[in-house]
Design a binder for this molecule. Structure first.
Ligand code: SF4
Ligand code: SF4
Length: 385
């Protein structure tokens, strides 16, 4: 595991090219006074923490989107540095209130929403799950509590392709992303051990999840703390296999759509092609790319726990992303990430509201907005012939 002292070494490799500043969505949207950018925030790291009291909030404004890392010729891993810096400031007692609340909820309730675990599986009522399948479906906290209808679409797709999966119901616990993002790395490690034990006890070969945050944590971060003997796939990887194997036949859907790359799925996990192949397999669709796409995709603003701690910053980024989709003439933004969906939906609502004349505001109706948001599972479920 990287230690905080290594950030000093990493920060020393900076050539001051400013690529990271030009690519940082927080800096370029919220402005230098709100967030001076990755190079400059990293530059704070070697100072004693007593001296960075006034700037410690900066560590919590990074969405950990990874764009700066992508363009850095020195390969500086700013998102990882941000987590370690957050851990260091948290240990000094400088915790962001909202991140602390979500992290403490994860420790106590096993989800960041202070909800009882029994509520997380309410969406699954009416579905039959296998007790012996070698595939485990991991729903994740945010989809479970906030987007139950999307999960129903996901399981509907699997059932129509005759795929049986296990599901842990209330025994499914948070992947620990808020602990990781908040810098509670010891508690994260404990959550990893609990989850891996539970997955191994299910006797699975494959874990499939629709949530990019859970996917990145389980596939990339868990392996740093413990060995496990199963593969991990994002639902888009699994879905394209089903389509290619002819297990799902799709019918026409007429719309102009675009794909928003969730940072956790694209830049961090290199899943670029599968969602696009799925979209292109739907007859009748017109698919258009936004200007910032794939490695260069523009962050929705929700990541790195920024939506929890600084929703005002998140919404600015999300409005910029929605405007990109509107400007290319898309009428549906497709994605598969509950955090992206949450903030992009809010941005669509805000932009539709801002578009209105004052006298029409009482008749505000979201269906009048120029673009709508849809989870790719929802669309596929509607397209199965
Ligand atoms: S990870 Fe993203 S938000 Fe954070 S400093 Fe880098 S470009 Fe900016
Ligand atoms: S992109 Fe990398 S090398 Fe260039 S200024 Fe940013 S941190 Fe320094």
């Amino acid at each position: 595991m990287t230690k905080i002292s290594e950030i000093w070494i990493d920060a020393d490799k900076c050539m001051r090219c400013a690529n990271c500043l030009a690519s940082c969505p927080v800096l370029t949207t919220a402005g230098f006074s709100a967030f001076p950018g990755p190079r400059n925030v990293m530059g704070e790291a070697p100072r004693p923490f007593e001296e960075i009291d006034a700037t410690r909030d900066l560590f919590h404004l990074c969405t950990t989107c990874g764009h700066c890392r992508e363009v850095c010729p020195s390969g500086i891993n700013t998102p990882q540095a941000m987590s370690l810096l957050r851990e260091a400031v948290a240990k000094k007692g400088y915790e962001d209130f909202y991140i602390q609340a979500a992290a403490k909820s994860t420790m106590k309730f096993k989800n960041p929403y202070t909800k009882e675990q029994i509520e997380r599986c309410e969406w699954s009522k009416g579905f039959q799950f296998s007790k012996t399948s070698n595939i485990l479906f991991y729903a994740g906290c945010t989809y479970s509590f906030n987007y139950p209808e999307v999960l129903k679409s996901t399981i509907d797709i699997l059932q129509r392709a005759d795929i049986e999966v296990q599901y842990l119901q209330e025994k499914e616990e948070c992947c620990g992303i808020m602990l990781y993002d908040g810098g509670y790395l010891e508690e994260f490690q404990a959550q990893v051990k609990t989850n891996i034990k539970r997955f191994e006890e299910a006797g699975i070969d494959l874990l499939v999840t629709p949530c990019p945050g859970c996917y990145g944590m389980i596939k990339r971060e868990y392996s740093k703390f413990a060995d496990y003997n199963f593969r991990v796939q994002h639902f888009t990887e699994f879905l394209i296999e089903l389509i290619n194997q002819g297990k799902l036949k799709l019918k026409d859907y007429n719309a102009t759509v675009t794909w928003h790359d969730p940072c956790h799925l694209s830049r961090k996990m290199r899943i670029f092609d599968e969602p696009r192949q799925i979209i292109e397999s739907i007859p009748g669709l017109t698919f258009k790319e936004m200007p910032n796409t794939k490695y260069d995709s523009f962050c929705c603003g929700a990541g790195g726990a920024v939506l929890a701690s600084r929703a005002d910053v998140s919404i600015k980024l999300a409005k910029r992303r929605v405007s990109e989709a509107v400007n290319i003439g898309a009428n549906i933004i497709l994605t598969m990430c509950p955090a992206c969906e949450s903030i992009l939906e809010k941005a669509i609502r805000y932009l539709a509201w801002e578009d209105m004349d004052d006298e029409d505001e009482e008749d505000f109706d979201l269906s009048d907005s120029r673009v709508k948001l849809m989870d790719l599972s929802t669309l596929i479920s509607q397209c199965i012939a």
